[in-house]
Design a protein around this ligand. Structure first.
Ligand code: ATP
Length: 733
């Protein structure tokens, strides 16, 4: 609760300086309360000319002289009240003064300049600015605008009326409930979510106020206008709502009837104006007297409406508007006196909190439910009746908002009722399944696979890791095996290179350079070269093309291939053929050498025969004897040797030809065997690789898994018999 007297401020309207000279002075000593001194000119005191100078001093919270800007007025008078309203207290600012003293200018403002905006638009702007800044509460703002004329209330915000006279507007009446709360019937409340909306309402009300002019005087307002901002605030989730009202009141002119100089209808109006203000004064006098129990609020509509603002639950501020000219001295003094009485009124502002009945019902229902649930747990009794449609719907709403809540710590609170807990789980399961089905039907196949694999990932990963470990072991074992075998293979390689070098020697010697009878060509040179695949690029590439073997096989794979070859069922046949080939090569080599010798011998014999014949001819010429028609014995002998040598040569040559065919055939068989071997090796390698890649293959231990090569077959045993017992065979068959 905030106890406070009504704050009073004075504002002097700017007028021609000359008219105000010597009439008033403002004392604004910072230590003392500011005071306004109104000096009564000698010629006017009590309406009589006298020589006694009289002055009246009035204290105010603050006095704003003629040059005070609208902004200064707002900052010092309206802003603190607006802050109280934002905090949840009621507030009222009312302007009191004679006609033309600047009440409307102060409360609403002038229309000429933007800077002339008065308290209402500036307060609206400030309040909405503050509401935007504060996100801790939910605020609701409503506006009402009431005009009271001749004790009748009119709703200035009725949008259906284009009022031509005040009577066209809906009439507002005051109702009082048994708790003495005032209700204004027919006064519309308009929600304003933004400053702009609120300003539009102000504009609408002012337009209606302007159009529905009172008949007495177009230039002055003879009615009271109350612009009210209704502000409600609530913390999210709370059932407690705060209500605060801010009345911004532009009272009618306070001049006395006697001075208006009007009669008839206008006199009636003037009386009413004064009567209304008279009742206001009565209320204020009553409130300022300590022991008065009855306050005559009900005497006028205006005091009824402003009941809270005057001595009640409100922080109230009065602005006394003064037009300090000589002719207005009396009215100014009257206004100041009124203000002094108002300053005595104590108000007690309290926070207007109430529990929203709807929210309260919901809260109580929840509490009852929780208590029922707790009771069920304590007694061990669970409710068995089916949940109602409404309960199911509410649960599903709860689940939806829980799932949508971005806060990771949000809770799904359904109480302890097992029926509800079960329903929540079922509903969540259904949502999950629906989502899965939706994903499967919409996701691309690749993603689908990924999604399927997703839940298995962990388990799968572990399996793969185990298999990888096993494969590592296998590879290690294989590498060791290969290392051991490598030596053997190198030995074999060395042996075969020796054979090759022997063969390459045979290139030049075993085969004759040509038929001694024919042109001196080397008929088998190309073929003999072709016998050594290692030196023949053609054969090598041919072989690679046939086998599909890549020129550059990795070392490990080469080693594996060597072992594969060695343990293959056909390896004996290949080895046998290799040995036969070696023999044939050796035979061909020896034969070649013999053929070479025979060829040389034939050449020598031919030479000797020729020489012998030449000698015989030369001897006959020198001895003048005729050349013998028959060769002599030596020549005969030489010729016989030559023929023999030729026969031997032919035989050897024929054998060499046969050997060549045999060797070519052998090599063909070996090529075929190698192709077959290579293919089988590739197939085996691929199979091994596949088995390594198979993630779901059963765990394989090195001991039962490492059977890399086929076992030796019976045929292999048969073929591994000594070479002499064997015939050449085609391993490809
Ligand atoms: N402080 C001020 N600065 C400039 N102009 C002012 C000021 N106060 C009042 N006026 C001007 O004086 C004229 C009368 O002022 P206003 O209408 O506000 O008086 P009022 O007290 O509301 O009169 P009524 O009781 O007839 O409504 C207006 O034209 C207004 O613009």
């Amino acid at each position: 609760m905030v106890k406070q007297t009504i704050q009073i401020f004075a504002r002097v309207k700017p007028t021609v300086r000359k008219q105000q000279q010597g009439i008033y002075s403002i004392d604004e000593d910072e230590k003392l309360t500011p005071s306004l001194e109104i000096i009564l000119p000698r010629d006017l005191a009590d309406g009589f000319v006298n020589n006694k100078r009289e002055s009246y001093r009035f204290k105010f919270q603050r006095i704003f002289d003629q040059d005070a800007k609208q902004e200064t007025i707002f900052e010092n008078i309206a802003k603190p009240v607006a802050e109280s309203v934002l905090a949840g207290y009621n507030g009222t600012i009312f302007a009191y003064g004679q006609t033309g003293s600047g009440k409307t200018f102060t409360i609403t403002g002038g229309a000429e300049r933007y800077s002339d905006r008065g308290i209402i638009p500036r307060t609206l702007s400030y309040i909405f600015e503050q509401l935007q800044k504060d996100s801790s509460k939910i605020y609701t703002t409503h506006i009402s605008y009431l005009e009271i004329y001749n004790e009748c209330g009119y709703d200035l915000l009725d949008p259906r009326h284009e009022a031509s006279s005040l009577e066209d507007l809906p009439k507002v009446t005051v109702l009082e409930d048994p708790d003495q709360n005032i209700h204004l019937k027919n006064l519309s409340l308009h929600q304003a979510a933004t400053e702009e909306e609120a300003l539009n309402l102000l504009f609408l009300g002012d337009t209606n106020r302007m159009i529905a002019e009172t008949p007495m005087n177009q230039a002055s307002t003879r009615s009271h206008c109350i612009f009210t901002i209704h502000l409600s605030s609530k913390e999210p989730g709370s059932a407690t709502v705060r209500h605060a009202k801010l009345h911004l009141v532009d009272l009618a002119g306070s001049e006395r009837v006697a001075k208006t100089g009007v009669g008839g209808q206008l006199l009636t109006e003037a009386k009413y104006i004064n009567l209304s203000l008279h009742y206001l004064e009565q209320v204020i006098i009553a409130l300022s007297e300590k022991h008065r129990s009855h306050i005559p609020y009900r005497n006028s509509m205006m005091t009824s409406v402003l009941r809270d603002s005057l001595g009640g639950n409100c922080m109230t501020t009065m602005i006394a508007t003064l037009s300090l000219e000589k002719r207005n001295i009396d009215e100014s003094i009257s206004t100041c006196r009124f203000a002094q009485r108002v300053a005595l009124i104590k108000n007690e502002a309290v926070l207007n909190e109430e529990i929203d009945p709807k929210l309260m019902i919901i809260r109580l229902q929840k509490e009852i439910q929780e208590l029922k649930d707790e009771l069920a747990i304590v007694t061990g009794e669970q409710r068995t009746e089916a949940l109602t449609e409404a309960e199911l719907l509410q649960l599903e709403k709860l689940i939806t908002s829980f799932l949508e809540d971005q806060d990771p710590e949000s809770k799904l609170e359904v109480g302890t009722d097992m029926r509800k807990i079960h329903h929540c789980f079922h509903y969540l399961k259904k949502l999950l399944n629906d989502k899965k089905i939706h994903r499967q039907s919409t996701a691309p196949s690749e993603n689908k696979d990924q999604n399927c694999r997703e839940p298995l990932k962990e388990e799968e990963y572990k399996k793969l890791r185990d298999i990888l470990q096993q494969r590592d072991n296998e590879i290690n074992i294989l590498v060791n095996m290969l290392k051991k075998e490598k030596k053997k293979a190198q030995d074999a390689l060395h042996l075969s290179s020796v054979d090759r070098s022997q063969l390459s020697h045979g290139q030049s010697s075993p085969f004759p350079p040509g038929n001694p009878d024919g042109p001196k060509t080397l008929p088998f040179s190309a073929s003999t070269q072709a016998l050594d695949s290692s030196t023949s690029p053609y054969r090598s590439s041919l072989l690679h093309r046939k086998t599909g073997m890549r020129e550059e096989m990795s070392l490990g794979r080469q080693e594996a291939f060597e072992i594969f070859k060695r343990d293959h069922a056909d390896s004996v046949t290949i080895e046998d053929n290799k040995q036969i080939l070696k023999q044939r090569f050796a035979e061909a080599k020896a034969l070649g050498e013999s053929i070479n010798e025979a060829r040389s011998k034939i050449g020598r014999l031919k030479e000797e025969i020729t020489q012998r014949h030449v000698q015989q001819v030369a001897l006959g010429i020198s001895e003048n004897i005729p050349v013998p028609s028959m060769p002599d014995q030596l020549e005969e002998k030489l010729r016989s040797q030559l023929e023999e040598e030729k026969r031997r040569y032919k035989t050897m040559f024929a054998r060499l030809k046969a050997l060549k065919v045999e060797i070519e055939h052998l090599q063909l068989l070996m090529d075929k065997a190698k192709v077959k071997l290579q293919k089988e090796f590739e197939a085996w390698w691929a199979k091994e690789a596949t088995s390594l890649q198979q993630v779901n293959s059963p765990a394989v231990t090195p001991s039962n898994h490492v059977k890399p090569f086929p076992q030796m077959s019976e045929a292999q045993h048969e073929r591994s018999q000594p070479l002499s017992n064997k015939r050449l065979r085609d391993p490809g068959k």
